[in-house]
Write a protein that binds this ligand. Structure first.
Ligand code: G4P
Length: 534
């Protein structure tokens, strides 16, 4: 038996080692490639090119639905855990492409920091913008990686300006590229003026890159650096010193500044120093706020408080053979042990957390213990809903997860009216699980379904067919954005092509044909507030 003090310090050490984060990016910016390089530099894989699941045809553990296999995409977010230079990384997967959904957003609530990957040729794209907005609202610190520097891209200074303007955040360059496109040969770290020059290996980016380190003052003497490249770097660095933003870790942790790095995930140029900076800068799990039963607020310290966690994602039928469903919990405090009996706050009863598993490099394995920041998957015998809190002590609930602004809307009905009951039951169940949001129109109480991504509708229809034996017809509605309305709905001046509805919690939501309509509505209704998150 270990003494209490040994246990505590073990918990403190494990917590401080954790880095739980998500990668936010637009499809094709390089998220999968970067993930693979993390595994390469962690020593978990020797050569990159093995874990690509998405397009390469190799199936992943999260390929759980027939539909998913048909399309070759992975639908719900999962987590990977692996060691990296003295830290323990928990990387949450945030699905993109057509599988972009509320799960992608909710996953960010379980992250302590995020890496924003931007394609150097494309700059800040829509999906990145949306995910960044969630990080901003949750005050999650963000590191920026400008990727694909080995391809012709936009000038680095332009990209810095774009990050600042598009996302309204200060950007501070930690390193600067030397050359670009096929001439991208290295980076300068601004803090110590040290240069790293990279050499392409025989194996391309599948093995670690060879690096020469030298002081900036010796860069001109190097044969691979032309006079023009040197002049450009010197010019840019001088400009940054005069006009650039200062960087402090405190501002970063408060979400006020994003440190910017330049790299090429494909060739590994600049990747290791980026990852090293990431583990140094990114926070370990911190305290989270919760509500006590008496209505007062509680700060749940990850080390001081015994085990607690909340459900941020449910995944149905992950294993087609067993048709089971998995609840993903983020550990917020204390040490988790397999088969622990905890208090389920919403249900007001004790439950045993049996058969926990984690996904390590996409292999499912049983978890014996877990620490703050870790993600555990529990086979869910229908007891968990999104946002549920479990804890050893009981008596509190973590703050409810926000609902995210849906962007697609539809009417849904069963093809066979005789199946109405099963239909209602299925839709209600799936709205509780967070697959879709249900809304009702204000004037005739008609049921509408709403989602962030089209795939949520497909999942809903698929599951209604598989689990409730109900075939459905979906009529898309001509709205593309929405907002929660604060203020009296009867005095709200609706623009054309808009509609007022109520959500599951009886709050008024306005649906708009497009963003312009929303802007017009804001201008016309200065006494009302249109919120992006509910
Ligand atoms: P994603 O997960 O964000 O969607 O992007 P992913 O890593 O799959 O990268 C998208 C494409 O961009 C891939 O090429 C990948 O090889 C390439 N890529 C990623 N990082 C870099 C980089 O730093 N430099 C260059 N030149 N390319 C990069 P693909 O042809 O679509 O796929 P594949 O055939 O390589 O698998």
């Amino acid at each position: 038996m270990m003494s209490d003090t040994t246990m505590l310090s073990e918990l403190a050490i494990a917590t401080r080692q954790r880095r739980t984060f998500a990668i936010i990016s637009h499809p094709d910016a390089g998220k999968t490639t970067l993930t693979e390089k993390l595994l390469l530099y962690s020593g978990l894989i020797r050569t990159a090119g093995m874990v690509r699941g998405r397009k390469g045809g190799k199936t992943t553990a999260s390929d759980w639905m027939g539909m998913e296999q048909e399309r070759g995409i992975s639908i719900t977010a999962s987590a990977m855990q692996f060691p990296y230079k003295g830290t323990v990384i928990n990387l949450l997967d945030t699905p993109g492409h057509q599988d972009f959904s509320e799960d992608t957003y909710r996953t960010l609530t379980a992250a302590d920091s995020a890496i924003m990957v931007i394609d150097a040729a494309k700059g800040v794209e829509t999906q990145t913008r949306k995910l960044f907005a969630v990080c901003r609202m949750r005050r999650i610190p963000v590191l920026t990686l400008i990727n694909k520097m080995d391809l012709p891209g936009r000038p680095p200074l332009d990209l810095m300006t774009e990050v600042e303007q598009a996302l309204s955040i200060h950007a501070s360059a930690v390193n600067w590229p030397i050359g670009s496109g096929s001439d991208f040969v290295g980076i300068v770290t601004r803090a110590d003026s040290r240069v790293q020059l990279f050499s392409k290996t025989m194996h391309g980016g599948s093995t670690k890159v060879e690096t020469d380190t030298l002081p900036l003052t010796e860069l001109g003497a190097h044969s691979r650096v032309s006079e023009e490249m040197l002049a450009q770097v010197q010019h840019d660095l001088e400009l940054l010193d005069i006009a650039g933003n200062p960087f402090t870790r405190e501002d970063f942790l408060n979400g006020e500044v994003t440190p910017v790095f330049f790299a090429s995930a494909l060739t590994n140029f600049g990747i290791e120093s980026f990852l090293d900076a990431f583990v140094e800068l990114a926070p370990s799990p911190g305290a989270r706020s919760a509500d006590r039963d008496d209505g007062t607020e509680l700060t749940v310290d990850p080390i001081e408080m015994p085990f607690s966690a909340y459900v941020f994602k449910l995944q149905a039928n992950m294993n087609p053979k067993h048709r089971d469903s998995t609840a993903f919990l983020r550990v917020c405090s204390g040490r988790f042990q397999r088969d622990m009996v905890v208090k389920h706050h919403r249900l007001g009863r004790d439950i045993r957390l049996a058969r926990p598993h984690s996904l390590v490099a996409q292999e499912r394995s049983t978890v014996e213990e877990a620490y703050p920041g870790d993600i555990i998957g529990i086979i869910n015998p229908g007891v968990f809903a999104i946002g549920d809190t479990v804890s050893l002590t009981g008596g509190f609930n973590f703050k409810p997860l926000p609902q995210f602004q849906p962007e697609i809307f539809a009417r849904l009905r069963p093809t066979d009216v005789g199946k109405r009951k099963a239909f209602d039951k299925g839709v209600t169940q799936m709205a509780q699980e967070g697959t879709v949001q249900i809304m009702r129109s204000l004037h005739d109480q008609e049921i509408l379904i709403a989602a962030v991504g089209r795939l949520q509708f497909d999942v809903l229809q698929y599951r209604l067919r598989q689990e409730y034996r109900v075939e459905t017809i979906l009529d898309a509605l001509p709205f593309s954005c929405s907002a929660w309305l604060d203020g009296d709905p009867s005095t709200f001046k609706s623009p054309s092509a808009s509609m007022m509805v109520k959500d599951q919690r009886d709050r008024v939501v306005v649906l708009f044909g497009d963003q312009l309509m929303k802007t017009i509505a804001r201008d016309r209704n200065p006494d009302h507030v249109l919120r992006e998150m509910g």
